[in-house]
Design a protein around this ligand. Structure first.
Ligand SMILES: [Cu+2]
Length: 485
């Protein structure tokens, strides 16, 4: 992680130049300092850290079920939620909940979701990480008009994985997700359920995001505003505390931000065990002191609190990245009781299939204007997104090596493919770290980095997207289309 951290430290000085808007806005030094010195009408409220309990999004019950399928109905609508203590924030929600309700699905069992759009903007629902037919992929131009509804069908023909559904309406997804259209979709299978991992109330999602609020509690949205988004939310609550027992927990961590990288570490520097990533469990558990998550990436970790005395308070930190200093803290675990623990982390979690040999090589170069020019754009292979253009034609059944390079000097990117889970063959010419050696759908790319991905296209045909999952960069053009024929 050292080289990545150093690379990002180099970015600290200049990150404000990315996209231009950041140039005009000095980084905040703290909520109180901002309130005292910032004459702008959007002064930040002072939100105490570790003052509110973390909550867990409710699991949505199906409206009906058949022998093969669970049917759900979800209504997208605005709601008022207390996020900044003492104020109400208007958020855009799935079913009035923020973050949205969790859908629990099982491999081999279909989920059908009727999405009703009661917002005043078009929306599109994308199930990130899922293998789905093109008409249920929620592509940017395939939107649900205000007042209309649409039914998405998810076959769940893939192994257990921590999926995520969020808005993907073209040029609007960045703001829509920021305003709340985001929820987790936990796909499990029998192999995963047979493992003795922590379960039930010891299996907890941690949905991370940032935000910028004004004193009235309103969420302020501006493009490329990450230097001013000084509030970290976990499951929709600012820097919460979470009361835990002195035993093992499984945490399913999702970076649901528009534009913030996390390098998560425990304040005491101790290690924890990463057991999974985007596409489900790793083959083997991996003991580490940090987890790196770019926007859209997931990490499944087991944290053993039995080594701490009751009464211990342990902060989860975000270390060494550009941003307001408040974003260096994420949440706090408070060890409040003992508990029995029959869970364990097996040495072998899963066996991944041996991928086919690749027969096609392609290269993708990610680059954005980072000199602060007005109207800055972002490109893949020197082209901005055009939904009417097919950028990459793929023969169904083929396995390909995609070499993806971030050609920027400063700006970080990442790379997400719809439809598929891939393997990372190399990062900067070397084997990937154990935490990204499993199945992935999103890969981090700091300035100058190159990854080689092994991708097999053997499921659905049609036109799908690949793009930078920093939503602002996608909206600036860093998206492309692939047609599998
Ligand atoms: Cu990007």
């Amino acid at each position: 992680m050292l080289s990545r951290r150093n690379a990002l430290k180099a970015g600290v000085v200049t990150a404000g130049t990315v996209g231009g808007a950041g140039l005009l806005v000095p980084a905040l030094t703290g909520p109180s300092a901002a309130a005292a010195t910032d004459p702008a009408p959007t002064t930040a409220p002072v939100i105490p850290q570790f003052a509110v309990p973390m909550t867990v999004p409710p699991v949505l019950a199906p409206s009906s079920s058949s022998t093969t399928t669970d049917y759900y109905t979800v209504t997208m609508k605005k709601a008022l939620k207390e996020i900044v203590p003492g104020t109400l924030t208007e958020v855009w929600t799935y079913n009035g909940q923020y973050p949205g309700p969790t859908i629990k699905a099982r491999s081999g069992r279909r989920v059908v979701i009727k999405q009703i759009n009661n917002l005043d903007m078009p929306t599109s629902v994308h199930l990130h990480g899922a293998k789905v037919p093109v008409d249920s992929d929620g592509s940017p131009m395939d939107t649900i008009a205000p007042g209309a509804a649409r039914t998405y069908t998810y076959p769940n023909d893939q192994a257990a994985a921590p999926l995520w559904f969020h808005d993907h309406a073209h040029h609007m997804e960045s703001e829509h997700v920021y305003r709340g259209l985001s929820a987790t979709y936990q796909l499990s299978d029998d192999a995963e359920r047979s493992l003795p991992l922590p379960s039930g109330s010891y299996d907890v999602p941690l949905i991370l995001r940032d935000g910028r609020f004004d004193e009235a509690g309103r969420l302020i949205y501006e493009m490329e505003d990450f230097l001013n988004r000084n509030t970290i939310l976990v499951n929709g609550r600012p820097w919460p505390y979470f009361q835990v027992a002195a035993r093992k927990y499984r945490f399913r961590i999702l970076n649901s931000t528009n534009n913030r990288f996390f390098n998560l570490q425990l304040a005491d520097g101790t290690s924890f065990v990463q057991i999974g990533s985007d596409g489900g469990l790793l083959e083997k558990p991996y003991s580490t002191t940090s987890v790196w998550l770019s926007p859209g990436e997931r990490a499944d970790v087991v944290l053993d609190f039995s080594r701490y005395a009751v009464g211990t308070q342990l902060v989860l930190k975000n270390v060494g990245l550009p941003g307001p200093p408040e974003t260096n803290q994420v949440m706090r675990f408070d060890v409040v009781r003992t508990a029995s623990d029959y869970s364990s982390v097996p040495d072998r979690l899963r066996t991944l299939p041996t991928p086919p040999v690749a027969t096609v090589n392609r290269s993708f170069t990610l680059r954005m204007d980072e000199d602060g020019r007005p109207g800055a754009a972002a490109y893949i292979n020197d082209q901005t997104y055009d939904p009417n253009r097919i950028d990459t034609r793929i023969t169904w059944g083929s396995t390909e090596v995609w070499t993806v390079t971030n050609a920027n000097q400063l700006a970080p990117h990442n790379f997400h493919l719809h439809l598929v889970q891939f393997r990372i063959l190399e990062r900067n010419g070397k084997a990937p770290q154990p935490g990204e050696a499993g199945l992935k759908d999103t890969v981090s790319l700091l300035a100058g980095e190159t990854v080689k991905l092994l991708v097999t296209f053997n499921s659905y045909r049609g036109i799908y997207l690949y793009h930078c999952h920093i939503f602002d960069h996608g909206a600036m053009g860093m998206m492309g289309t692939m047609e599998i024929v």
